[in-house]
Design a protein around this ligand. Structure first.
Ligand SMILES: [Zn+2]
Length: 475
């Protein structure tokens, strides 16, 4: 009798484990069975290489594919023609999956390990967003299939988010409340290693400073001139002196966009784009205030007028470790990505060309790391989403170890099998993690509880000017 009961217990637990595994296995098979089509979509977006707010073709490819797969697609959201959502199912939980698709200007590159533009002077996918958008949508479709077959209940929503590389499109989507009904959000990013990403990013603010003077002949009557570029130089000198007195976590960048046109005219106009970063938004704001005040000092010295305009600002990513553990478990189930000899050789050639040690690809799945207090590195508008909904993040290898990011080398890998493998892997991991969320109410509750605790008293305020996003400024 005891033995029979014991056997019954074993088979019952195995059945429930198998049930869970079956759904995840179906996600994996769906991605593998459709890899040709997914790679074609990713490659098409890679070839288009459209920059921030100009992603009409890329956005349409993904939105059309979602529609073809039975999703309800809403286009042109939050004042951005290329922003869209694709929703399937109804009721709780609502699980979001983020996708990006914009490229970077001036880094066009062929899918080869030596530097050569595909189209001279054109943009390139130097951050792998062709892979990002495609993998995330593939995961959403895999989940939708399970819903259609009655194996999962709830709502899955893919977010087509424009202009991550410039302007940060997600902020306007957040401001319009597009994540308000979402329980947990999933995101990933291409990288040089594979891990459940539990590190934050840097908060930042972008603003434009303009100086207005009086033009005059630079030699005939310079006393009649008031130089906007003098103000610009005095301003950047002030910023550079200030660097000694800012905290080590702060970064200040500026890009001179207009410093006058010709040498024999006292310039009456000058413009620069300034960016302040810190590990937290609360650290960014006082530095932003101080650097804005310096513009007045520079304007007084050069006897010109000035104007400051906020472009946009993003939050640091709010980490969710509980969600990271779920993702980690799925990465361990998937195991590491395996590379062919040709792919390892391609990786080493990239490393040779970028003067890095020729060590090839990082295939292993990293263990879940401690969350650092000061993460350093880059910034992302996923930060703003993560202050509005619990967010789980993933990083997957799509380029060799130490590849210079935002460079031709990343573009090269994103258009060939190294990038494709990372994309398919990410799609599986995101889909499997979504399966876990749909299958466990208590897991979703625990992830949401951690989000509430980490957010604390902070009241999220989107750091953008009133009105529509600056679509026209990047045409
Ligand atoms: Zn990116």
């Amino acid at each position: 009798m005891k033995k029979v009961l014991f056997l019954f217990f074993i088979s019952a637990t195995m059945a429930s484990a198998q049930q869970m595994d079956r759904n995840k296995r179906q996600v994996v098979s769906f991605i593998e069975d459709n890899q040709k089509e997914l790679i074609a979509i990713s490659d098409e977006i890679w070839s288009l290489a459209e920059t921030a707010f100009n992603e009409q073709g890329s956005s349409k490819i993904l939105a059309d594919y979602a529609e073809k797969n039975g999703f309800k697609v809403e286009r042109g959201l939050a004042g951005m023609p290329t922003a869209f959502t694709a929703t399937f199912g109804s009721g709780k939980p609502v699980i979001g999956i983020l996708g990006e698709f914009d490229a970077l200007p001036g880094i066009s590159q062929k899918a080869q390990p030596t530097k050569e533009a595909l189209v001279e002077g054109a943009a390139g996918h130097g951050c792998g967003h062709n892979l990002f958008g495609t993998a995330s949508l593939a995961a959403a479709i895999a989940v939708k299939n399970l819903m259609e077959e009655g194996k999962l209940n709830g709502t899955v929503r893919f977010y087509g988010t424009p202009a991550e590389e410039k302007f940060f499109g997600k902020i306007w989507m957040v401001r319009d409340g597009l994540w308000d009904d979402v329980d947990v959000n999933l995101s990933w990013h291409p990288g040089a290693n594979t891990e459940a990403d539990v590190q934050s990013t840097l908060a930042l603010v972008d603003f434009k400073v303009e100086f207005f003077g009086q033009a005059a002949h630079a030699s005939h009557d310079p006393w009649n001139g008031r130089s906007a570029s003098d103000a610009l130089e005095l301003y950047t000198t002030g910023i550079n002196y200030y660097r000694e007195h800012i905290k080590p976590t702060v970064r200040v960048h500026y890009h001179i966009q207009d410093g006058g046109q010709v040498v024999n005219v006292v310039p009456d106009y000058a413009k620069l784009w300034v960016r302040v970063r810190d590990s937290k938004r609360s650290g960014v704001m006082p530095v932003y205030k101080r650097i804005k005040e310096m513009a007045e000092g520079a304007a007084i010295m050069a006897n010109v007028d000035y104007k400051i305009s906020l472009i946009s600002g993003i939050y640091e990513v709010l980490v969710n470790r509980k969600g990271g553990e779920v993702m980690q478990n799925n990465l361990e189930l998937l195991g590491e990505i395996s590379y062919t000899e040709e792919e390892e050789a391609f990786g080493k050639k990239i490393q040779l060309a970028t003067e890095k040690p020729q060590v090839g690809m990082d295939s292993k799945v990293l263990p879940l790391r401690e969350t650092k207090e000061n993460p350093g590195g880059g910034s992302t508008d996923v930060g703003d989403v993560s202050w509005n909904v619990a967010n789980i993040n993933l990083r997957v290898t799509t380029a060799p170890i130490d590849t210079p990011w935002h460079s031709w080398a990343v573009v090269a890998c994103g258009g060939m099998s190294i990038g494709h493998k990372g994309m398919l892997y990410a799609a599986k991991a995101l889909g499997m993690t979504a399966v876990d969320l749909f299958q466990s109410e208590s897991l979703v509750a625990a992830i949401k509880q951690e989000f509430i605790e980490r957010k604390g008293e902070e009241v999220y305020t989107p750091n953008i000017p009133d009105g529509p996003p600056p679509i026209e400024s990047n045409k």
